[in-house]
Design a protein around this ligand. Structure first.
Ligand code: SF4
Length: 478
């Protein structure tokens, strides 16, 4: 079929009939629900940019697999150039939508599966890489979106998967059949699951011998029987449903909990089934790739914050205030540092036995640790520059009210030449950038917890060489 336009993408979602709930009610029309549509539009921007002559060369590449142009979001990297392009695209996308565009987790799952299925087959003679390659062709040919289902509910953290009072808190295989498997469990924080054609399920953690039923990976359409998407709340969700005070004109993010209630997975879509040693690899590769992805998208989001802060300086009449300029500089260096780490992680990438390329995990995790702290700092600086109305700006409906609207406009007027309406819009946008819980919390927990990023850095760093260097310089023989 080839590349889809943004409109074709949105129409393609109409053909799906997922089971979705929000606020306790079934959502029959996902595509036209205003809250979900804002998320779909954000993912749709990955199609719109592929159509845009300014961005096409960066986003579209030639698939060696199907010998056709494809969107890079369906391209597990096979060169350093591919790794670098991932980060550049994400920065451009972050600038374009100012929030999460929800197409990277699927891409990062495919990156992890491309490497791990090959390694597993080599060890056990399993057919996973061939099956995954067929799935990848399907994704590329149709220009589909995939969504990663990774984070299990995990139940009581005192216990591993086998010891849980209710084993379903870790997604697991409940039945093996000749034609496939049946699984049960739930995956949390599934950003954009209803904007996606396919769900790719990976294990949430390393598994041990005896935990084979939890070592499972597969892909299924997002409207498969038994799959239930329960859309999570976020701080501005009812505003999106109201169509009022949204802050960002078009784009948003939503993140369902996805329940797998005895879901059948056909054999040809199963990419890991009990080989417990490879559960860890899938998690490690997926997480590292996703942390690299964040270095691009979040730098793009800080770019939006910088633009908003500088515009507010103009609108407030504080352009010449030197400490505001200092704060903008502090925001810029934060964006560039996390972007720089992700770009460096790409240039330090290595070829894996499968032929695919893998980023430097230490640099990718360094980028993510930096993000976890510094996005909050960038947000604080933006709010500091903008002023207190980020917290309690009256509603657009108050501004439209004939009795109080003119009074509000009189008292919210800032710099003489700037229309008050523009100042109000920019305050609202800053509120969205700062307060949209679904996205700001992903700055901290996206791609795993901060503790996981730190552990990975320590595990993957070559600390022996560092000790050796110190001892040599101190004149100590090892
Ligand atoms: Fe992509 Fe994750 Fe960033 Fe969202 S938060 S845009 S899925 S890297």
């Amino acid at each position: 079929m080839g590349l889809m336009t943004k409109n074709q993408y949105i129409e393609s979602l109409r053909k799906l009939k997922p089971t979705a709930y929000m606020f306790g009610e079934r959502v029959e029309n996902v595509v036209d629900n205003p809250r979900l549509r804002a998320g779909i539009e954000a993912t749709g921007a990955t199609y719109a940019m592929a159509e845009d002559p300014e961005w096409r060369d960066l986003i579209v590449t030639q698939s060696k697999l199907i010998n056709e142009p494809i969107n890079r979001f369906n391209n597990p990297p096979i060169s350093v150039e591919d790794l670098v392009a991932r980060v550049k695209i994400n920065r451009a996308m972050g600038q374009r939508v100012g929030t999460c565009f929800q197409r990277c987790t699927g891409q990062d799952s495919m990156c992890a599966l491309a490497v791990t299925t090959f390694d597993c087959d080599k060890k056990y003679g399993t057919p996973y890489n061939k099956r995954f390659t067929e799935f990848l062709k399907h994704m590329q040919k149709n220009d589909f979106v995939a969504n990663a289902s990774v984070t299990d509910a995990k139940g009581d953290r005192n216990f591993g998967p086998m010891e849980q009072p209710d084993k379903d808190v870790y997604l697991h295989i409940v039945e093996k059949r000749d034609d496939g498997i049946v699984v049960r469990g739930a995956k949390c924080h599934q950003t954009g699951s209803l904007s996606s054609h396919e769900l790719i399920v990976l294990p949430t953690r390393a598994m041990r011998k005896g935990e084979e039923e939890f070592a499972v990976a597969f892909a299924i359409p997002s409207d498969t029987k038994g799959v239930i998407h329960v859309v999570g709340r976020s701080s501005m969700d009812t505003r999106e449903l109201d169509g009022c005070d949204c802050g960002n004109q078009r784009y948003s993010k939503y993140a369902p909990t996805v329940i797998y209630d005895n879901v059948f997975v056909p054999r040809e879509r199963v990419f890991l089934c009990g080989e417990w040693e490879f559960a860890a690899d899938l998690v490690v590769y997926f997480s590292a790739f996703h942390r690299q992805s964040h270095g691009g998208c979040k730098a793009g989001k800080i770019d939006c914050m910088i633009g908003a802060a500088m515009t507010m300086m103009q609108y407030n009449g504080t352009e010449k205030v030197s400490h505001h300029k200092e704060k903008v500089i502090d925001m810029i260096h934060r964006a560039e540092t996390l972007y720089g780490c992700s770009i460096a992680a790409s240039y330090e990438g290595k070829q894996m036995p499968s032929g695919n390329y893998y980023i430097d995990p230490v640099l990718a995790n360094a980028s993510k640790i930096h993000e976890g702290k510094e996005m909050a700092e960038a947000t604080r600086l933006m709010i500091d520059i903008a002023g207190g109305f980020v917290a309690d700006l009256p509603s657009d409906r108050d501004f439209e009210n004939p009795e109080i609207g003119p009074l509000l406009k009189k008292y919210l007027k800032g710099a003489t030449q700037i229309p008050v309406e523009d100042r109000v819009k920019m305050f609202r946008f800053i509120e969205k950038l700062a307060m949209e819980s679904a996205d700001t919390i992903s700055d901290i927990h996206g791609g795993g917890s901060p503790a996981a990023h730190r552990l990975t850095i320590f595990r993957e760093s070559n600390t022996k060489d560092k000790i050796k260097a110190a001892k040599r310089l101190a004149g100590i023989e090892s």
